[in-house]
Write a protein that binds this ligand. Sequence first.
Ligand code: ADP
Ligand code: MG
Length: 375
Amino acid sequence: MTTTQTWSAPGRVNLIGEHTDYNDGFVLPFAIQHRTHVELTPREDGILRVASTFDEDAVEVAIADLDDLFPERRDEVAEWARYPLGVAWALLRASETRPDAVAGADLRFTSEVPVGAGLSSSAAIEGAAATALNETWGLGLDDVALARVGRTAENDAVGAPTGIMDQMASMLGRADAAIFLDCRSLDTKVVDLGFAAAGLELLVMDTGVKHSHATGGYGERRAACERGAAIMGVPALRDLSVDDLPRAAELMDDVTFRRVRHVVTENQRVIDTVRVLHDDGPTAIGDLLVASHASMRDDFEISVPELDTAVEAALEAGAVGARMTGGGFGGAAIALVAHDRLQQVADAVTAAFAASGFGAPTLFTVVPSAGAGRD
Ligand code: ADP
Ligand code: MG
């Protein structure tokens, strides 16, 4: 007899801490209410079959063949299927489990996480697959190990050079809280947000402008950060503080210096946000969000007019704070808004986009929510 069970994992929003992850720094993401669900039915034949409402064609691979498929022959399966199949492959490697020691399975995915809107639908599908297979196969990996599995799948099976923030947020999220993550040690701390108690909403303003991690901009920023760290003689920009910035200004060209200044000040802003949330509550973090946006716009130069317009319009209409979120060059901005101002802010952003001749933004609120688990 086979029994079908369901697991799910959420998307995420990064509250603050942008382009700090690959500099060994700090980030403060939270899991959101939008989730990717997977229904799993065990099979007797050693085959993994993945299906998604996202694509009409299911993909079947023998578990014994996963090691041949990834990473060299990954082009043989549809790109979306590399996420869940890559997770299965990475899970077996991480747990040193032989393919013939685990049973086949049918995995059927459905998702509420919009793709490519900067909410990490990729971490959601990875987290759902990892949690479901880890439990079904009795591998006993913990949440941090499963986050690493998700990153391995995304880096090596899919071929996207991303950090581990998204997977950590999706695995470890808690209701009404963010995850303070040290990207060097992977130490985490649950940080209470208290948005609802303070009468605040978190508005996502998706510009609809497509970004891609593969663009030269991302690689150029990473290279500038590495250059800056090398000039300063430290392993990563994480090892610099704001007190080091005057010396950095003397040692490097203006562009490299401004990239460095963004990362160093952004790390400090993440730490400050955690402290201010604790001491003064969420209404007091607005200035830090605004400063983060200015730093990405002026120093890291990864904003676009649509993101700046969203942030400025939200602030003018009374948002407590606002900033672009995610890797930049498009995607979404967020605004922290008092509940009774939400409509006003949303209307103002929509009007500002229309006035600038931009396509209409997609606006919705997100709620800090629990991480991956059984449905
Ligand atoms: P995002 O910012 O949403 O994470 P990515 O490009 O990192 O954008 O990941 C999106 C990709 O993940 C999709 O193009 C698809 O290949 C895969 N994906 C995400 N969710 C699903 C799903 N529910 N079913 C199938 N594939 C999915
Ligand atoms: Mg992604």
